[in-house]
Design a binder for this molecule. Structure first.
Ligand code: NAG
Ligand code: NAG
Length: 337
């Protein structure tokens, strides 16, 4: 991806410069284009890279499956409107079961993604290197991290615009509990047992379930690992946000983006790391002390000619933790109104 050659270049440049320079100064630095498009994992990265790669390989298929998820709205409606018609009940049930199996696959994938993220966080924050050195040394892992975020935001966008998912799933649960009352054994209960159904319903009840999974996992990673300063994790996130913002707002980089997918990629990664940062950092992304230039990020998002902008702004509005804190400036709040 073109985007990546630029990201990786930025990361490398920052790795060299950021020991002395802040990210904002980088914007005025020289523009050099180095082609790191095919960043290959180094030997030290290989083990983690392979593990994450196996998960990412499935991501595309999951998105395609979600994209073509049509739901059983009609069958369910007919069954509900004709409660006495057993044939329609059966038809709805038969339509819903394979869909629930799909939803279970998505949910299980979120668990694998969570593990992958954890491995990346471990690798990208392990001593003795500073966060910036990690991003410089482990560019292939940084790239995978961005790919995970890209997948996550894409998944959640699709989920948010597809009400059939929750409709199907709640019909499924209602049917199961009704049948349980009637002491009917259902073979599908083997597919999704009650405990799994409970966990799945918590997952799908989230507006942005994948992002929530990742932010929960990141929070957990930071809180479990007492020896690791929180800043090591949050600096890794704020640096990535900065790289994405600079790429989106600098015409010299933007003109290298040959297609809108690449822009979208950068936008999603930026929003993803902002949200993670906001959940993990004690004062969040919107405070004055935040290492993320929120004003700049929101402005550059709003300038993009993409249909996805509104969804991403909504993600910032509704899935962050600290936006409504007193410490958030009025200006930032107004930008997001
Ligand atoms: C804490 O982080 C370090 C560095 O990433 C890692 O080596 C260690 O296993 C982690 N400990 C726990 C309890 O996660
Ligand atoms: C995230 O964590 C909260 C609090 O522990 C929990 O209620 C929620 O279900 C979790 N969400 C996901 C998607 O894991």
């Amino acid at each position: 991806m073109v985007c990546w050659s630029v990201v990786v270049w930025c990361l490398r440049l920052m790795g060299n410069l950021l020991k002395v320079l802040a990210c904002s100064e980088l914007e005025h630095g020289p523009i050099v284009f180095l082609d790191f498009e095919h960043a290959q994992p180094t030997e030290a990265e290989t083990a983690v890279w392979n593990q994450v790669s196996a998960v990412l390989e499935e991501a595309h298929g999951i998105l395609a499956e979600l994209q073509s998820y049509n739901g059983a709205g009609q069958e369910i409606r007919e069954a509900i409107q004709n409660p006495g018609d057993l044939q329609l009940q059966e038809k709805a049930w038969n339509a819903v079961c394979p869909l629930v199996a799909k939803l279970k696959r998505f949910y299980e994938f979120s668990l694998r993604l969570e593990n992958a993220l954890r491995s990346l966080l471990e690798a990208l924050t392990s001593p003795p290197y500073a966060p910036m050195q990690h991003l410089e040394r482990e560019q292939a892992l940084a790239k995978q991290f961005a790919e995970i975020l890209h997948f996550t935001l894409s998944f959640d966008e699709l989920k948010m615009t597809n009400p059939a998912i929750q409709n199907d799933f709640s019909y499924y649960r209602r049917t199961i509990s009704r049948n349980r009352l009637n002491n009917q054994q259902l073979e599908a209960e083997n597919e999704v047992n009650n405990e799994m159904a409970n966990r799945m319903s918590l997952f799908y009840a989230e507006a942005t379930p994948m992002l929530k999974t990742l932010s929960n996992a990141t929070t957990k990673f930071v809180s479990e690992n007492k020896t690791l300063p929180i800043e090591d994790t949050t600096d890794c996130l704020s640096t990535m946000a900065c790289v994405c913002r600079v790429m989106l707002e600098t015409p010299e980089y933007r003109c290298r983006f040959t297609n809108t997918d690449t822009m979208l990629f950068c936008m999603r990664v930026m929003v993803g790391v902002i949200i993670l940062y906001d959940h993990v950092h004690p004062v969040g992304a919107f405070a004055k002390t935040s290492k993320i230039d929120m004003k700049g990020c929101i402005k550059v998002l709003k300038e993009q000619p993409s249909n996805s902008v509104e969804g991403l702004l909504n993600a910032l509005r509704y899935t962050t933790r600290h936006l409504n804190d007193d410490s958030t400036s009025k200006q930032i709040r107004a930008l997001l109104q």
